[in-house]
Design a protein around this ligand. Sequence first.
Ligand SMILES: [Zn+2]
Length: 167
Amino acid sequence: MLQMKLCGDLVLREKCDVVTEITPEILHTLDEMVQMMRDQNGVGLAAPQVNITKRFLVMTNPDTDEVFKMINPVITKRSDETCTMEEGCLSVLGPDDLPVFANVTRPESVDVAWTDENGRQLAAHMSGLPARVVQHETDHLDGILFIDYLSPVRREMVMRKVRKHKK
Ligand SMILES: [Zn+2]
């Protein structure tokens, strides 16, 4: 069974390895991750969050409920235009065992390319919420958390709550 890794665990800071072969184990893990994401009312989950340092993730388009299983996702283009949205993370929990939210500014839209679970090469232009989710999740594959984008003062406000989380 998969276990959620929380902020402070060094696995969340690793740069993940490219997937060279889509194994049955990866396919099984992707299914488990979709279930875990749904159970915890999340919109995305990346492999290092469940202690796997490989480049794959699952996410939903919150507008359509479509589920994506992305292997080796790459953001190929970012818009100059940015926007600010509230973000949380299933690995960044506060004292109530729920994600701690904070405003993060990122590009408003992105182009993303990935391999799906059937080995097909896909690409899409995403804007709004799905663009936000895919940026947050692909960041995880490079060891980057949303709190890294916050000002020191804002980050400390989040971390104060995280430190109160009961493990
Ligand atoms: Zn996250």
